[in-house]
Design a protein around this ligand. Sequence first.
Ligand code: UD1
Length: 421
Amino acid sequence: MDKIIVTGNGPLSGQIPIAGAKNACLALMPATLLSEEPLTLTNVPRLSDIATMSELLQSLGAEVSTLADGRVVAMASHNAENHVAQYDIVRKMRASNLVLGPLLARHGRAVVSLPGGCAIGARPMDIHIFGLEKMGAEIELREGYLHATAPGGLKGAKIALPFASVGATENILMAATLARGTTVIENAAREPEICDLAACLSAMGAKIEGAGTSTITIEGVHRLHGATHPVIADRIELGTYMIAPAIAGGEVELTGGRADLLPAFIEKLEEAGVSVEETQGGLKVARRNGRIRAVDVRTEVFPGFPTDLQAQMMALLCTAEGESTLEETIFENRFMHAPELMRMGAEIEVHGGTARVRGVERLKGAPVMATDLRASVSLILAGLAAEGETIVSRVYHLDRGYEHVEEKLRGVGARIERVKE
Ligand code: UD1
């Protein structure tokens, strides 16, 4: 298994290009199942999660080809006759559950294994099921698989989500595009990835209003046609690399980055003393002198502080002057990076969903283990600011969500290399 070795090397400078959003792409790809005509995505990130989704769609009978060095994914689903998403593929990634809505809309039935993914909490699917049942689906769990049928076809419905789940909103949104009548999703997730999915579905001929607000209205149509859609920028990759100059010092421009994708995160960085400036090509982030100031962070659904940046923010706050509190409200088990950061000299106390971080002047390199996708990258960020060598093992998590992390960080002056074992 590969390891990544990071050696603290002082301030960073230069540019990091931001890729297309993994999470947007993982919802956009299953949308191909809704149409007989081809769907092509551009600005696709080159990640193992994208390869997993391709494999899943192919197992369902879709044709998937990658072009332009992986940046473009062309899909065609006219022969996608299979409606069973097997455990072997689904277990690799929770987002596999996003084929449920499209399969059900297309075939009137779907069998989807309960997903796997990062070990950051229970992550059940009750809200997805609740929404699809409101639309007339009958769903039961047998032998680890959700068996869903829509005997009379899916029907438009008013669905008030008990929690603004991103995945449930996406599944219901996709299913509703082909349902009979009008669906209204209340308390819908408002994440930028939802807006991107709605934009793509609209380009395919869907009738959607209100994406990006808490109420999304979808008027079902008979069929969707083909489209070409550029994937939105990855706000989590953006936020991650914004932390790099904040923790190591220096000034880095994130090309393709947009401030409106991360309002609460940027506010917290600025409160901590980091400068964030919009440029023609993206965002420029700098910490020129002095230590980071402690800040309190609470993860929330969009537009709040994203849970997917909590680990990276914790790494930063480990070096702040003073005591910070991080409250995790989205996932119940998402502080697995804390003990690893403590191996690097961080002072952290975790009580349930709250972590208290007392900043130290300097972290120290250590062998650490990546436990999930965002935790892995938080250890790399910590390594940028640590004295000596940080050796991060189990980096396969990282490859699920960050393309060319070593090249991107080396490009701004970091000392980082991958060692194959
Ligand atoms: C998506 C993102 C993930 C991000 C998360 C929250 C993708 C591929 N992944 O995941 O990176 O961390 O949003 O911003 O887009 N829940 C239930 N029942 C359900 C569904 C969810 O209880 O039916 C709970 C989950 O256990 C979790 C919380 O709701 O505690 C958030 O989940 P959700 O918004 O659905 O996240 P995902 O779509 O899985």
